[in-house]
Write a protein that binds this ligand. Structure first.
Ligand code: GAR
Length: 215
């Protein structure tokens, strides 16, 4: 028999305490912050953590009155030391879940094991197609007619963890990367908050790679 993991109801104490990891602009972070503010998400963001101090998303966090933490990769001698500092930020702020939102680093097996099934990511393609960077450009240059958005739990591979939600987006004839990226981004903002909400509600079952929600 396949071994299954059933998530408690709710998955974590609500309102959930979220740490958001980002490396750049932070529009997905802003969408999550707005959903927390309106009550659409039973959560609050307790820390916004970036590996790049110059990431615009950190400035947005400060403007929103959220705790912004820069953990500059260049100031650490090794990946282990850098990840230890990131983990320290998560633990110090008592975050229940980590939401990657344009965080452009692969997390190592020890980090992922420590926060097993507590890290989510959003990716602008229908995984397993087009993992890694520039997924939208990969899709355009491959010539696919349909791409989309994936929310998934994070393992130590590159965009390989169990899939929580996906939504397909058609590629328009002759569409360029900027136009496709903008359309995907609107779907990202909606899909991230709706699927995070379902994760937080709990009761879902993970069997091998497959996440099943009861509704
Ligand atoms: C988003 O499109 C996100 O899906 C992508 O980076 C962008 C960040 O935008 N993430 C990845 O490609 C992860 N492999 P944002 O900073 O405005 O949220």
């Amino acid at each position: 028999m396949k071994e299954a993991y059933r998530a408690p109801v709710p998955y974590v104490p609500l309102p959930a305490r979220l740490a958001v990891f980002l490396s750049g602009r932070g529009s997905n972070f802003e969408a999550l912050a707005e959903a927390c503010r309106t009550g659409e998400l039973p959560a609050r963001i307790v820390a916004v953590v970036s590996d790049r101090p110059e990431a615009p998303g950190l400035g947005t966090a400060e403007r929103l009155g959220l705790r912004a933490v820069a953990v500059d990769r260049r100031r650490f001698p090794s990946r282990e030391a850098h990840e230890a500092a990131m983990a320290e930020a998560v633990v110090a702020h008592e975050a229940d879940l980590i939401c990657l939102a344009g965080f452009m680093r692969i997390l190592s097996p020890p980090f992922v094991d420590r926060f097993r099934l507590k890290i989510l990511n959003i990716h602008p393609a229908l995984l397993p197609s087009f993992p890694g960077k520039d997924a939208q450009a990969q899709a355009i240059s491959y010539g696919v007619k349909v791409t989309g958005v994936t929310v998934h739990f994070v393992d130590s591979g590159m965009d390989t963890g169990p899939i929580v939600a996906q939504e397909a987006v058609s590629v328009a004839e002759g569409e360029d990367c900027a136009a496709l990226s903008a359309r995907l981004l609107r779907v990202e903002h909606r899909l991230y908050r709706s699927s995070l909400r379902k994760v937080l509600e709990g009761g879902w079952v993970l069997t091998e790679r497959s996440v099943a929600f009861s509704d």
